[in-house]
Design a protein around this ligand. Structure first.
Ligand code: KIV
Ligand code: ZN
Length: 389
């Protein structure tokens, strides 16, 4: 039986706190509804101490969606934990997610605290959180640049204080997959089954998905991720990528999630509508070109058998159909299909002439629209009619 990986969505927290992504409370509620339909296990709704809006959003989402576990973020201090607990009051399944940085670089320059102080504050914050909720997650910020021995000490203290989930973020997207996997395996060995290990990878080197999957293979059973990979700087691990990697390559990644994959594209579109940008066209899974084919050889193979050039059926991620983009790289086969789709039954000679004119036209353009193809066909048909007169 495939093991379950918990999908912890932080689109509305880590995602929302990045440039161009802020959302109002009603917008967050709309997105939360879609995330619930998508089937995320945990929905991190905000950082209640950060603003009144974040506080209100956590409260509203907790009240509106009792079926989902709602998480609120808090630094490892009394004020933050109490504010998170208050925001989560309406929740049926609340989680307080408390964090503190553990790397020497953060301790020296940002927190100006000793390792002992940070360890004690982590344990105290978890203990305080447990007075309010059963389900507490502890994150060791900048875990991947932390001395592993000390990291394990802090994680053990958090678990002893009552944390059920221990998250090891690659906060600055610095780690490489093998290295990250080894760190997760080391912490997993040290903690045994006293806590669920979670990964939270940023994408500064474009490795967030690879690192998250390496973490799961090494023993992590929760992935923190966002729709379209939005998040601080280069973003977080993209939810749609890790989920589809585990589904498509289940032979090597024998894990399952509760995600309704047909909702991935609708969730991506809704988010793009709510924030100020969408995914880049060549974004895996949800980009405009993710299921588009322009090269003649690819179009020919695709038209003969879809799986020659597609590793997943677009409908499994909610994309209605693949696109054959007609441009200068396209072949006769794709053009002939488009002519039929546009309602024209052409002879071989007519199709050849349309093709020659089309290629000459496409050579000067980025892509050719259906109206332009119709105009070319009509010219060819008009020429043929004149010749027959
Ligand atoms: O990147 C990070 O370390 C975080 C923590 C707050 C979990 O977002
Ligand atoms: Zn983060």
């Amino acid at each position: 039986m495939a093991e379950r990986v918990i999908i912890f969505d932080t689109t509305l927290r880590d995602g929302e706190q990045s440039p161009g992504c802020s959302m109002t409370v009603p917008e967050k509620l709309r997105m939360a509804r879609k995330l619930v339909e998508l089937g995320v296990d945990i929905l991190e709704a905000g950082f209640p101490i950060a603003s009144e809006g974040d506080y209100e959003a956590v409260r509203a989402i907790a009240a509106e969606f009792p079926e989902v576990r709602v998480a609120a973020l808090a630094r490892a201090c009394t004020l933050d934990v109490e504010r998170a607990a208050r925001a989560l009051e309406p929740a049926r399944r609340p989680r307080i997610h408390t964090f503190i940085a553990t790397s020497d670089i953060h301790l020296r320059y940002k927190l100006r605290k000793s390792r002992q102080q940070v360890l004690e504050e982590a344990a105290r914050a978890v203990e305080l959180s447990r007075r309010y909720v059963e389900d507490v997650e502890f994150s060791a910020e900048d875990a991947t640049r932390t001395d592993p021995e000390y990291l394990i000490e802090v994680c053990r203290a958090a678990v002893a204080a009552g944390a059920r989930t221990v998250n090891l973020p690659d906060t600055v997207g610095y780690s490489l997959p093998e290295e990250f996997g080894a760190l997760i395996a080391q912490v997993a060995r040290a903690l045994g089954d006293s806590a669920i290990i979670s990964v939270h990878c940023h994408n500064d080197l474009g490795l967030a998905t690879a690192n998250s999957l390496a973490g799961v293979r090494a023993g992590a059973r929760q992935i923190e991720c966002t729709i379209n990979g939005i998040g601080e700087r280069a973003g977080n691990c993209a939810l749609e990528e890790v989920v589809m990697a585990m589904k498509v390559r289940n032979d090597l990644l024998p894990f399952e999630t509760g995600i309704v994959t047909e909702q991935l594209y609708p969730a991506s579109r809704l988010l793009a509508q709510l924030i100020s940008f969408g995914p880049q066209p060549n974004k895996a899974i949800v980009g405009d070109n993710a299921f588009a084919h322009e090269a003649g050889i690819h179009q020919d193979g695709f038209l003969k058998e879809r799986t020659t050039y597609e590793i997943m059926d677009p409908r499994t991620v909610g994309v209605p159909e693949s696109k054959l983009v007609l441009g200068k790289h396209s072949g006769r086969h794709a053009l002939s299909k488009r002519c039929q789709d546009l309602g024209y039954a052409l002879t071989r000679e007519q199709l050849e002439e349309v093709y020659q004119r089309f290629i000459a036209f496409a050579d000067r353009k980025k892509g050719v629209r259906n109206e332009e193809i119709v105009a070319i066909i009509e010219q060819v048909l008009a020429g043929a009619a004149q010749a027959a007169d």
